[in-house]
Design a protein around this ligand. Structure first.
Ligand code: SAM
Ligand code: SF4
Length: 351
């Protein structure tokens, strides 16, 4: 096994396949099969959310180390056709920061028709691009919005861009990307605004999903004691809304769901910290630099970019990817005394 130190995580060029059954799919030692691919396409972002990015942004990836449009499309097609991936989500950083986003989506839509192509975005500037994105093949969208209070938004994201995000969400609904889902990560200072956020989402006909804050902030300020847990959030929401628990929306992306005020609308909570769903995880991740990560919290990555650029064929690339996932660990272990956050922060991995 060759190991190349790149300053950030440990990047390996050939993972061990010892003990792996000879099957095409992305199986691991714990019986899981990865079918949901998250592709980060940039480290750049128009916001600086405190639970994600440092104030000055992430160090820029040198242009030659970023996957090109063609390389992203090639790896997505390979993942679908050889590895059994069934859903692809583009993320970052902020995917809208890439001028070739439409070409990336169009290229994938053309080569893997029928596969859902989704995007997670902060919504800044989305208003002007969402119709074209839907036209070229984007099928699903999640927009991140933590508060509808302009002052809170500006201090949390270090940018005064709330009007642009709200316009982007409305434009996504108008473009027919149903259902539009809203991701919210609550911090203690935005918890009191959770009910206004839910009311706004109910009024706009979009589905709100809260996500517990994970220890993936670049500033390493996450603390278990101050993190807003699912239980704490439910007690705040319960003061204004009647909530009836109705189960999970998907075994592998398990938002617990609650019916709101006896109607058809639901609110979800993804309790990634207090109710870990690692045992059901079906995700595999590609970073903007072209390395495979088997887990958000793992610091070991397998380099596909270097392999691709030195002429490795699709089946050999697929085998490297299988090896990366075969070595996936059981879970993040946030509760273990030995837990250490990964070197990459969320914006450099792709959430
Ligand atoms: N920039 C896009 C956005 O904000 O939607 C895509 C990238 S962002 C890293 C993807 C998702 O990760 C967002 O919904 C964001 O709220 C979430 N996220 C970022 N840092 C997080 C953290 N420390 N814990 C939990 N979720 C986090
Ligand atoms: Fe940017 Fe998304 Fe991270 Fe916020 S969560 S800083 S929008 S990458």
């Amino acid at each position: 096994m060759t190991t190349v130190e790149m300053g950030i995580p440990t990047v390996r060029s050939s993972p061990s396949l010892a003990g792996r059954p000879d099957v095409p799919h992305l199986v691991d030692r714990f019986g899981r099969v990865a079918r949901d691919l998250r592709v980060s396409i940039t480290e750049k972002c128009s916001l600086r959310c405190t639970y994600c990015m440092p104030e000055e942004g992430l160090p820029a990836i040198p242009p030659g180390q970023l996957l090109t449009t063609g390389e992203i499309v090639r790896l997505v097609v390979l993942a679908v056709q050889r590895l059994g991936v069934r859903e692809v989500r583009f993320t970052g950083g902020e995917p809208l920061m890439r001028a070739d986003l439409e070409r990336i989506i169009a290229g994938c839509a053309e080569k893997v028709p029928g596969i859902p192509l989704a995007m997670t975005t902060n919504g800044v500037g989305l208003e002007h691009r969402v119709r074209k994105l839907a036209d070229v093949g984007l099928t699903r969208i999640n927009v991140s919005l933590d508060t509808v209070d302009r002052g809170h938004f500006a201090s949390l994201t270090r940018r005064d861009r709330l009007p642009s995000v709200l316009a982007g969400i409305r434009a996504a609904v108008a473009a027919g990307l149903a259902p539009v889902k809203i991701n919210a990560v609550l911090m203690p200072e935005t918890l009191s605004g959770a009910t206004d956020l839910l009311q706004w989402c109910l009024d706009e006909g979009v589905e709100l999903r809260f996500i517990e804050q994970m220890p993936l902030d670049a500033d390493h300020e996450w603390a278990r004691e101050t993190m807003v847990s699912a239980d704490r959030l439910l007690s705040v929401l319960g003061k204004r809304f009647e909530l009836e628990e109705i189960g999970r929306d998907d075994q592998a992306a398990p938002a617990g769901l609650w019916r709101v005020n006896g109607g058809t609308a639901t609110v979800g909570i993804i309790a990634s910290v207090t109710r870990s769903f690692c045992a059901d995880c079906d995700r595999t991740r590609l970073t903007a630099e072209g390395t495979v990560r088997s887990c958000l919290f793992s610091d070991t990555e397998i380099d596909l970019r270097g392999a691709m650029r030195s002429g490795t064929d699709d089946e050999q690339l697929a085998q490297l990817w299988r090896g990366a996932m075969w070595n996936k660990w059981a879970g993040h272990g946030i509760d273990a005394a030995s837990f250490a956050p990964p070197v990459r922060s969320m914006g450099a991995i792709g959430g």
